[in-house]
Design a protein around this ligand. Structure first.
Ligand code: NAP
Length: 242
């Protein structure tokens, strides 16, 4: 199915997987509404992508801002065909030693942020009887990576429920739900917990995926013909054991 002329809203578009996905969708001919908090990065990306890109500074923990994001995309491009709910963060720490403020932030961004953006986009999609909701979860939505990743994994397990429940909610109404679960990917993601990302990746026993690899999986899934609903996409580095 061609993506040319469609409109995608991408959250977390200021770096990593979101930025790579926005770039690839734009290359496929999509208009893209770019959402995240770092306005300078969004503006610079929008300038590189040209006429079909709109920077919409958005904090996904604010439900009104998520409504505004979808409204602005519709106003500018006429519709929203694809939502890539990708914004997220990982703040690692065990339960005994962890910081409850970190837990609150992760649940706010990783779970509530996905719910707020999804609600806004899906209402619009249901009115039109068409659309794709892509949720960028993680392999940590399927297993707990280690004791210091419990709460991050809890947020991503919550997305497994969100994706499956949403799929049933919109079944038969033209909207597809795609839960994408990447393994290790080279982005700025480790910086919040581990400081230097390069050192973090160098210390792993396998190489990470590149953000473009996940973007390609997302574009493959949304490019399927309307009768095909690719609901779960696990994409891990070939050498990643679990
Ligand atoms: N990298 C990995 O190994 C990996 C593996 C599996 C899954 N994932 C998932 O992939 C997604 C993207 O992560 P990434 O690896 O691309 O990391 P990243 O480069 O750090 O990107 C995270 C994005 O989320 C945005 N964000 C954070 N808080 C936000 C908020 N309150 N409102 C709006 N945007 C917010 C950031 O933008 P601003 O700071 O500008 O707001 C940034 O664009 C996340 O959901 C992550 O859990 C990553």
């Amino acid at each position: 199915m061609t993506l040319n002329g469609k409109t995608a809203v991408v959250t977390g578009a200021s770096s990593g997987i979101g930025e790579a996905t926005a770039r690839l969708l734009a290359r496929e001919g999509c208009n893209v509404a770019l959402a995240a908090r770092r306005e300078d990065r969004l503006k610079s990306l929008a300038a590189q992508l040209g006429e079909g890109a709109l920077a919409v500074p958005t904090d996904v923990t604010d439900p009104a801002a998520c409504e505004e994001l979808v409204s602005r995309a519709v106003e500018r491009f006429g519709s929203v065909d694809v939502l890539v709910a990708n914004a997220g963060l990982g703040l690692y720490g065990s339960i005994p030693d962890g910081d409850p403020e970190d837990w609150r932030r992760m649940f706010e961004v990783n779970v509530l942020g996905v719910l707020y953006t999804t609600r806004a986009a899906v209402r619009h999609m249901l009115e039109r009887g068409a659309g794709d909701v892509v949720i960028v979860s993680s392999l940590s939505g399927r297993r707990v990576p280690g004791a210091d990743g419990t709460v991050y994994a809890a947020t991503k397990h919550a997305l497994t429920a969100v994706a499956e429940g949403l799929r049933m909610d919109v079944s038969g109404r033209g909207v597809r739900v795609i839960n994408v679960e990447p393994g290790l990917v080279r982005t700025e993601f480790p910086e919040s917990s581990h400081g230097n990302a390069d050192r973090y990746y160098a210390e792993r026993d396998h190489s990470p995926l590149e953000a473009e690899d996940v973007a390609a999986a997302i574009v493959y899934a949304v490019g399927q013909p309307p009768r095909v609903s690719l609901n779960e996409v696990v994409v891990r580095p070939t050498e990643q054991l679990k």
